[in-house]
Design a protein around this ligand. Structure first.
Ligand SMILES: [Zn+2]
Length: 418
């Protein structure tokens, strides 16, 4: 390590430590930026010779990263990870500068940065979840991202663990020399209607998809069986059948856990050990946790784009408890909330609903056209209280709070402060 690199690592770790001591947050981005300013190749230096896995895709990055990190930690080694969701190079540098040089790393990576991060880190395993529309005003168009992934993966020798159910992911991952295909699921299909190979139309059936040009779903190396009662089993090509039992809810999380288990095997952790460790995770950065919000038992759920809403509306569908829907449109959310019209809010019809957040007026119009009776309450904590009152007559114990990115974190912060 050169003197310049040592200074950069010291500056990154010091700034992050200082930031934590002053309770100014984990400081991950600030420290990482300083480090990269001093030594622009810092990520390559910190990644050299290190065992690592990278997780990317539009939905489920933070949770899958947490699950995979838990699987590796179960072997008794410290694991470096960007648990706060800082998924661009400054966050990666901060995660790696903060720990031992030989510790393995599990990093969440923004979809657009993936080619650069693969080039710098040369990870052993790369998990690809899905690609869907997100942050319409500033994000890249999904087929363009898939094409960039494809170009980057043609140049790498790492093992790719990819979702066989998403045609865009398959298009990107196909270029890699070593791919483990997993039945990762995809309830939201509206971004994959056009074939990325020929521009024709992808046809989906219950479990598979294909295009007339021959581009089709690969046979999964790891399949996922789901019983009507929700019990999930991972079925490996070598005949192993492993139950997937998690504390966090949702079939999408079970499928993410199977992708994480397949990646754990690439890194030398048997899948059964990985599932056991992942089964201990109760919440991920506040998501899926049940908290007391102003005296009301509330399950906190984060959905940042139509694909995420599709999954969470399916998750809450069997219940009758009140649902608070919270929408902001700050930079981190995407300024353009027109995606609200892509979300099937019709499914909330017939149960108590409260609209809140800075864009609750836009949401209220959307709910009106969806035929969903609702109340509109500007303040999120007050909205939870109103929802509890609406549900009170039904003897409901826990209400559902689904917020997009900053609306979710606003409520988490307000709840910690109270
Ligand atoms: Zn085609």
């Amino acid at each position: 390590m050169t003197t310049r690199t040592r200074v950069a690592v010291f500056a990154t770790a010091s700034l992050n430590g200082l930031s934590r001591r002053l309770h100014m947050g984990s400081g991950t981005v600030a420290g990482g930026r300083i480090g990269l300013a001093i030594a622009p190749n810092l990520l390559e230096t910190l990644g050299a010779g290190r065992r690592s896995a990278v997780v990317s895709g539009t939905n489920g990055k933070t949770t899958t990263t947490r699950l995979l990190a838990a699987a590796l930690e179960s072997t008794g080694v410290p694991v470096l990870t960007n648990a706060t969701g800082s998924n661009m190079p400054a966050g990666h540098v901060a995660a790696l500068a903060g720990g031992p040089a030989d510790a393995p790393a599990v990093l969440e990576v923004d979809e657009a940065y993936l080619p650069a991060i693969i080039g710098a880190l040369h990870p052993n395993a790369l998990v690809l979840l899905n690609l869907s529309r997100d942050q319409l005003d500033r994000s890249n168009e999904v087929r363009m991202v898939a094409t960039r992934w494809r170009e980057a993966l043609a140049e790498t020798i790492c093992t790719v663990v990819a979702n066989a159910d998403d045609p865009l992911v398959v298009f990107g991952a196909q270029a890699a020399t070593s791919v483990v295909w997993v039945a990762g699921g995809m309830r939201w299909r509206s971004d994959a209607a056009g074939c990325p190979a020929c521009g024709g139309r992808i046809r989906f059936d219950e479990v598979s998809w294909s295009c007339e040009c021959g581009f089709a779903r690969p046979t999964p190396d790891v399949d996922v069986e789901v019983e009507p009662d929700g019990r999930t089993t991972a079925v490996f090509a070598d005949g192993r059948r492993l139950p997937v039992v998690l504390l966090i809810p949702g079939l999408f999380n079970h499928r993410n856990a199977v992708l994480a288990a397949a990646a754990a095997e690439v890194l030398g952790v048997p899948a059964d050990h990985a599932f056991e460790a992942m089964g201990q995770i109760e919440g991920v950065a506040g998501r899926f946790s049940v908290q007391d919000v102003g005296g009301v038992s509330t399950r906190l759920l984060l959905a940042k784009n139509p694909a995420g809403w599709e999954e969470l509306l399916f998750l809450v569908a069997p219940g009758t408890s009140p649902v608070v829907v919270a929408i902001n449109a700050r930079i981190a959310d995407g300024r353009d909330p027109s995606w609200l019209w892509d979300v099937p809010f019709e499914r909330l019809s017939g149960r108590p609903v409260v609209a809140t957040g800075e864009r609750s007026a836009d949401l209220s119009v959307r709910l009106h056209y969806a035929g969903v009776e609702h109340e509109r309450v500007a303040d999120p904590v007050e909205a939870v209280a109103v929802a509890a009152r609406l549900g009170g007559d039904r003897g409901v114990e826990t209400i559902e709070f689904i917020g997009n990115y900053t609306a979710f974190h606003d409520l988490l912060r307000a709840n910690r402060a109270s």
